[in-house]
Write a protein that binds this ligand. Sequence first.
Ligand SMILES: NC(=O)c1ccc[n+]([C@@H]2O[C@H](COP(=O)([O-])OP(=O)(O)OC[C@H]3O[C@@H](n4cnc5c(N)ncnc54)[C@H](O)[C@@H]3O)[C@@H](O)[C@H]2O)c1
Length: 361
Amino acid sequence: MAKDVLIPAQRLEDFVARIFENAGCAAGEARDVAVSLMGANLTGHDSHGVIRVPRYVGYLKDGLVVAGQTIEVVSDAPSFAVVDGRLGLGQTIGRQAVKLGIGKAAATGVAIVALRRSGHLGRIGEWAEMAAEAGQVSLHFVNVSGPGLVAPFGGVERRLSTAPVAIGIPQQGTDPVLLDFSTARVAEGKVLVAQNGGKKVPDDALITPEGKLSGDPAVLYGPVGPGETPNPRKGKGALRAMGEHKGSGLAIMCELLAGALTGNGASGLGTDRPFANGMLSIYMSAERFVAADAWSEEVREFVAAIRGTRPATPGGEVLMPGDPERRTRKQRLAEGVPLPEPEWEAIRESARSVGLNDSAV
Ligand SMILES: NC(=O)c1ccc[n+]([C@@H]2O[C@H](COP(=O)([O-])OP(=O)(O)OC[C@H]3O[C@@H](n4cnc5c(N)ncnc54)[C@H](O)[C@@H]3O)[C@@H](O)[C@H]2O)c1
């Protein structure tokens, strides 16, 4: 594994914001992108962090995503909306769509927002965190339109996207319970991290066209030359769905809810569809369902009971969803964000490509 460099979080965030300003974003949007990418690194989801900078800069240059977009409301009612992200940056479009949903649920008790044609929405847990900060329970089903990356249970061909799901439960006076994962055995970005010299993926995360299980990133990207950005369209194999038939079934539902129902387009139906995230989000004001005190107490007791479960192994512990991310955030804020040297070099190369020199770091 390549050696990591350790970069203070604020310095890295500022550098990434400057890259996106130079790539054509207004200062506020550039900062939002940097904050979101850093949020992924800080929570330990390096796959959705600054490793994405070269790709996003490339998308902006090629017009595959557009700076400065606002959501277009396609249809609207007090408790739901269908919105089109018009291929704007996911960090901008996601914030707008989530704010809309939170506002509607605050007024009516529950709201559904169907988002189509957004640029990459990154770490989906960020959107559940936003809702939790507003005191709301939220569920998010996500898909990626395009040719697909993940083989359904029992198959070897790419049909599904990595289709993440996030659910956030706010807790009074403490951090939310936050479940956030890709329905693929590993997110595509984790294969990207491995390709760039970071942590390896499990050796059953991928499947070759011949049906052989593998952990080799080449199954997904094909051969990658020096300085080349890994492109999953160049590989012949597929990622595998998590959890056998159950994970595959959940991914299928994400395609139908976040792809078909939002109008984003399901994955696996052709290569001519642009890369876009679709997201079906449900927001609930918990206190409209149960008395706020009773709800808070029940959540607190339940969380304590889960954490208090006798561990399966001596010295082990039982965590709540969201605990590992919180720990990593604390550690990385104190110690810095580790990046494999090839990844760091790829980010600096992106910075040079938009006219920043190395002294900007
Ligand atoms: N935008 C997109 O199109 C897209 C696509 C795929 C994935 N993603 C994002 O990729 C990120 C990574 O996904 P992933 O599948 O690699 O996540 P993962 O496998 O690391 O799972 C993360 C989830 O499991 C929980 N968890 C981890 N260890 C735990 C433990 N010991 N006990 C209890 N809970 C534990 C975490 O709190 C978190 O909720 C997510 O943020 C996801 O939203 C985005």
